[in-house]
Design a protein around this ligand. Structure first.
Ligand code: SF4
Ligand code: SF4
Length: 258
């Protein structure tokens, strides 16, 4: 909740801001409650692996999902049902999944104002003692210290779907396609069963190296899921069907529609 004297400022990537957070501060842990934390597919992958949980169990236990106006599924972290709506992962020593905490927890208190990440909003909350620190850093350095680059890389691929021209032109996903995005990108174990437990590899033309990579590495699998979604939603990307005639037909239909 915003207090009257909370202040908001905009920063560029190389602008300095003053902030530091550690467990000696009186506000320690108080911010990990009653917040909306949107989770990307990569956040879900990191968090549930940190907890050694299958993707469906993690999604059911710790998240809520809803559809945007464009039919894109959004997933948020479900806070506990206690009075303070505490994050399920906060413990006396801080975040219990710290190494795999989601992107927005890493970025805090810095939030990009757009997907281009040119400008960043920082809300200096009176309740957050971190802003009383004498230690300053740039947004660029903050991101580096928070190990954001791998998250940015994986999220970039997902943005190719969510920020696709298809949506900018006012189109909306039908329920079947919304489910396809959710299942492939968020419920990655289900997607893996789909790839390796059906005729998937007979239908799609996937080279052996990729098959091996997606079998053994969930980050590779997630990147592959993005490609598959892009193909199914927009007939775009570099994924190909083994049936060349059908592949050509799908792509020509999509070009005609765009
Ligand atoms: S300094 Fe801010 S971010 Fe850190 S624990 Fe306190 S309220 Fe949370
Ligand atoms: S995931 Fe960790 S850092 Fe993020 S709100 Fe929960 S306890 Fe805090």
């Amino acid at each position: 909740m915003s207090e009257q004297n909370d202040k908001k400022f905009l920063y560029g990537l190389d602008d300095e801001f003053t902030f530091s957070c550690d467990r000696t501060l009186p506000c320690f842990n108080t911010c990990c409650r009653d917040i909306n934390i949107f989770l990307t597919p990569y956040d879900v992958l990191r968090m549930r692996k940190s907890l050694w949980m299958p993707s469906d169990e993690f999604l059911k236990t710790y998240t809520l999902a809803f559809l945007g106006d464009d039919g894109i599924p959004y997933v948020v972290l479900k806070m506990k049902e206690d009075q303070e709506k505490t994050c399920p992962f906060v413990g006396p020593e801080g975040c219990t999944i710290y190494n795999d905490r989601p992107w927005s927890c890493r970025m805090f208190p810095v939030f990009p104002t757009s997907s281009e990440e040119v400008e960043f909003l920082i809300e200096e909350k009176l309740s957050c003692h971190g802003f009383r620190s004498k230690s300053s850093t740039t947004v660029r350095q903050w991101k580096k210290n928070q190990n954001i680059s791998q998250y940015d890389h994986m999220n970039e691929e997902y943005k190719k779907i969510t920020l696709h021209d298809y949506f900018l032109n006012g189109n909306k996903l039908d329920p079947g396609k919304s489910k396809l995005v959710y299942s492939a990108c968020y419920d990655l174990d289900a997607f893996k069963r789909f790839v390796f437990g059906t005729r998937f590899l007979e239908i799609y033309d996937i080279d052996e190296q990729t098959v091996k990579a997606i079998k053994n590495d969930d980050e590779e699998l997630l990147n592959f899921a993005y490609r598959w979604v892009e193909f199914n939603l927009f007939s775009g990307g570099d994924l190909k069907l083994r049936d060349k005639e059908m592949d050509k037909l799908l792509r020509s239909n999509s070009e005609a529609a765009s």
